[in-house]
Design a protein around this ligand. Structure first.
Ligand code: PLP
Length: 456
């Protein structure tokens, strides 16, 4: 085997691990996040060669750098081919300004890119060790369906999702309950926080250790690495030799953004990342002032998946610039703010601006954006305006659209009168049978249900 890459914790108080162990662990024992100790470089010549490759092939060449010696090349090829069996459209809007639609996976959100590859990587290690994991996750909507779909029908993994009955839409519920097989769904007459509390209590319950409980946490390094790939893909498809590119990323927990930053540190010629947040403006303020203040409670905006007052991946971003931020958001070592400002540009977009963009994008260019993608596109337009003559008119720019318009149709309908058509992956879901069990928020009832269903 080749030598393997090590992963360190951003709190620097846990031992370094291999990818395999960091993947199955999720969060480091010191509450830090795992990051690669060395960021592998991809030579410029190789990046040029990606032009001829399919998405899955680019995914293989990029992610292989982080998995050397930990997974056989032929296994990795199978994993990326299975995980990325859908389109990644790049839609030209005007000049050389594009929208990359990351919404063609089974749950029509960009989270499919990460979850599908992470599930298959976990399956590979579990199969090799001949053991099982039982993934418990609480959801307020979209994460549960992305994770349930990603783990559906995989060997050696069972998954249980808990959701608050009155807080998810019919469509969100059906994306989870119509799966069956190794996916079990619990519906609670409770709030999201109660679901979360049951899951946490189960993790802390030693009498359940034999079940091999694990989480598919959004801060798992296995979810980050797959999100590097689409930045290389966009560049390979759109660039002319040697030029650089601007990306705009609508951001909540900054997982998507971290994928982009790692791509740049691997050698992708990025001129600037535009980090667009909604009214949760803690990051733009930090970039401007160097002072970090989380927003508590987070503000409710129409780009609901980005209502985050303290991005969980920010510790990774700070680490990439030489600083230390602990899990509570305290800065223990200053990051290189000059370098950060050189590479990143950030802005907060109000709901009002988001709505205006949805309307204008449609009337001007027949570009259909849902609220998250509209935040990204507004950020890009603001950046271009801000740069003025410093940016060539033909600068290549790509803004990320993170969900399918049919997932968030309300604002689009109100503003444009258009009722976006459901993508194929979501069609027919209304008529499928649902598999769902109702339980109360009583821990003993939950525990007994687990024991009955999973005692080997
Ligand atoms: C999760 C999510 C985001 C935010 O992504 P982060 O990686 O948390 O920054 C944006 N848009 C949609 C549709 C999402 O589901």
């Amino acid at each position: 085997m080749r030598k393997t890459l090590e992963y360190y914790s951003t709190n620097y108080k846990a031992e370094n691990l291999t990818f395999h162990l960091a993947l199955l662990k999720g969060q480091a024992p010191d509450k830090g996040l795992y990051m690669p100790l060395i960021i592998p470089l991809i030579p410029a010549g190789e990046i040029q060669e990606y032009r001829q490759l399919e998405y899955g092939e680019i995914a293989y060449h990029v992610t292989r750098r982080f998995l050397e010696g930990e997974i056989p090349d032929d296994e990795l090829k199978i994993i990326v081919t299975e995980a990325y069996n859908y389109e990644v459209p790049l839609e030209r809007v005007f000049d050389r300004k594009y929208v990359m639609r990351l919404d063609r996976g089974p749950t029509a959100s960009f989270k499919d890119f990460a979850a599908r590859m992470m599930g298959r990587l976990m399956q590979f290690y579990l199969r090799t060790e001949n053991r099982r994991l039982l993934i418990l996750t609480a959801t307020s909507g979209d994460t549960g369906s992305a994770v349930a779909n990603a783990f559906y029908d995989l060997d050696n993994i069972d998954i249980v999702v808990l959701f608050p009955r009155n807080e998810v839409t019919d469509r969100q519920r059906k994306q989870m309950t119509t799966l069956g097989k190794n996916v079990k769904i619990l519906s609670l007459d409770a709030k999201f926080d109660d679901c979360q509390a049951l899951v946490k209590q189960a993790f802390a319950d030693e009498s359940l250790d034999f079940l091999g409980l694990s989480s598919a946490n959004s801060i798992n390094i296995g979810r980050l690495i797959p999100q590097i790939v689409y930045y290389f893909y966009a560049y390979a498809r759109l660039s002319s030799a040697g030029e650089d590119i601007v990306f705009s990323v609508p951001s909540g927990n900054f997982g998507d953004m971290m994928g982009g930053l790692l791509a740049m540190k691997m050698g992708l010629p990025v001129r600037k990342f535009v980090i667009a947040t909604n009214e949760n403006a803690e990051f733009p303020q930090y970039l401007a002032t160097g002072n970090y203040n989380k927003i508590e409670p987070s503000r409710n905006c129409i780009s609901s998946a980005m209502n985050v007052g303290h991005p969980s991946n920010l510790a990774r971003l700070v680490a990439l610039y030489g600083g230390i931020m602990d899990e509570k958001g305290l800065i223990l070592r200053e990051a290189d703010m000059d370098l950060m400002r050189n590479e990143l540009w950030s802005t907060s977009i109000t709901d009002e601006e988001t709505r205006i963009t949805i309307g204008e994008a449609w009337s001007k260019w027949k570009l259909l954006l849902e609220p998250h993608g509209a935040v990204g596109w507004t950020g890009l337009m603001k950046f271009i305006l801000d740069q003025g003559d410093k940016l060539a008119a033909n600068q290549l720019c790509v803004s990320l659209e993170t969900a399918h318009p049919a997932k968030f149709p309300d604002e689009i309908k109100k503003i444009t009168g258009i009722d976006p058509e459901l993508p194929a992956s979501l069609q027919g879901i209304d008529h499928k049978p649902e598999y769902v069990t109702r339980i109360s928020s009583d821990y003993n009832e939950f525990k007994n249900w687990l024991l009955e269903n999973y005692k080997s």
